[in-house]
Design a protein around this ligand. Structure first.
Ligand code: ZN
Length: 367
């Protein structure tokens, strides 16, 4: 699809970056891979991830290894000589289509599904390598099998949530920890991302068809379920759940709810009190269009203190204030779908939120 991407704007961008340090678009000849292009650009600008991918070494054939295929693309971006232009992700995309039939057709795809699948694919490749290493090192004592060694992908993106389920018959609470690579959050109209994260843990009652099997009183009972954030990742990917199944329409509908996202946030892990992290926003994958199967993806990315808009082949400058256009709006269908926040080590002063009218508490309904 692409936009009008004027040449003057591309020249302007080219002149603002040092040689080999300027952004490159990705081809989308079939107009079907914007879901992947927008995610791959955002992963490239995740600095710890990019560094690890570029350092990665393997003797495997590059055609069977997603990290090597990605490394090729990252190397091509790094050594891109032309002031403007774009490159092809074809080799990586044929791996993707070969491995997962979900991405094979010409149907428009879900960029969140792609991101999640791809990160897991990279992670499994790293875990296989670790296993091979363990097999060779027979002389070293067996480490505590409970202490799972983290891969570099997990060190970057993995957080942990704890699901607490309280049986309402015997009041016994059971806890289960689950790792996540992205945090999926439910949205509420006219709120902020901080509000939605705080309400992430809101209790939900399991009843009727959804009863909980309690091990203590042996049987299906009503229960109260809470999901709490236990460990925060270094790179926090937030998936805004904008696509909801509508029981009456019998299809997925898009929620264009307005959810403001500031460029810096403080997130608390609410499982163990007192633990928190400060994050800076560096990437936003935006969905444009009425529904999952009819739409387009672009990404807004911050690099060298500038915001850029990546729209397949085209890269244009974006004023930071324009990010507010992607909060979600009832009259247009452009809205942030994935947010990429990078943890910062230093506590910093809060900047003014992107939308001056936005407050952390839920605002009054516009009507
Ligand atoms: Zn019970």
């Amino acid at each position: 699809m692409g936009n009008s991407g004027s040449n003057s704007n591309e020249k302007e961008i080219g002149s603002k970056f040092a040689e080999g340090e300027h952004p490159v678009g990705f081809e989308n000849k079939s107009a079907t891979i914007c879901y992947a292009n927008s995610v791959l650009q955002t992963l490239y600008y995740c600095e710890p991830f990019r560094r690890r991918v570029l350092e990665y070494r393997s003797t495997e054939s590059s055609n069977d290894n997603p990290i090597l295929l990605l490394q090729d693309i990252f190397n091509m971006i790094g050594s891109f000589k032309k002031k403007q232009g774009c490159l092809s992700t074809k080799k990586l995309m044929s791996y993707v289509k070969d491995k997962n039939e979900m991405f094979r057709g010409d149907m428009h795809q879900d960029s969140h599904e792609f991101l999640n699948w791809f990160l897991n694919e990279v992670n499994e490749t790293l875990q296989k390598k670790d296993k091979k290493k363990d097999g060779k090192e027979m002389t070293s004592p067996t480490p505590n099998p409970k202490l799972k060694r983290k891969t570099w992908l997990e060190e970057i993106f993995e957080g942990v949530v704890t699901t607490q389920t309280k049986c309402l018959t015997c009041q016994t609470t059971t806890e289960r920890d689950e790792p996540f690579l992205d945090l999926g959050i439910d949205l509420e109209q006219n709120t902020s991302i901080s509000y939605c994260i705080k309400n992430f843990s809101n209790a939900e009652v399991l009843k009727d068809d959804d009863k909980f099997h309690c091990d203590k009183c042996k049987g299906l009972h009503d229960a109260e379920k809470k999901v709490l954030i236990k460990n925060l990742p270094n790179t926090l990917i937030i998936h805004l759940k904008r696509f909801k199944y509508d029981d009456q329409l019998k299809r997925l509908v898009k929620l264009n709810y307005k959810v403001a996202f500031p460029s810096d946030i403080r997130v608390e892990a609410n499982k163990e009190t007192g633990s928190y992290k400060y994050y800076d926003l560096y990437g936003v994958v935006i969905h444009i269009g009425p529904g999952l199967n009819y739409g387009h993806y672009v990404s807004a990315i911050k690099t060298n203190n500038k915001w850029l808009l990546f729209d397949d082949e085209y890269v244009t400058l974006l004023d930071e204030r324009q990010l507010a256009n992607y909060f979600g709006h009832s009259t247009h269908t452009k809205a942030a779908y994935l947010l990429f926040y990078q943890a910062v080590s230093e506590e910093k002063e809060y900047k003014t939120p992107l939308n001056p009218n936005h407050e952390e508490r839920k605002m009054q309904d516009e009507n």
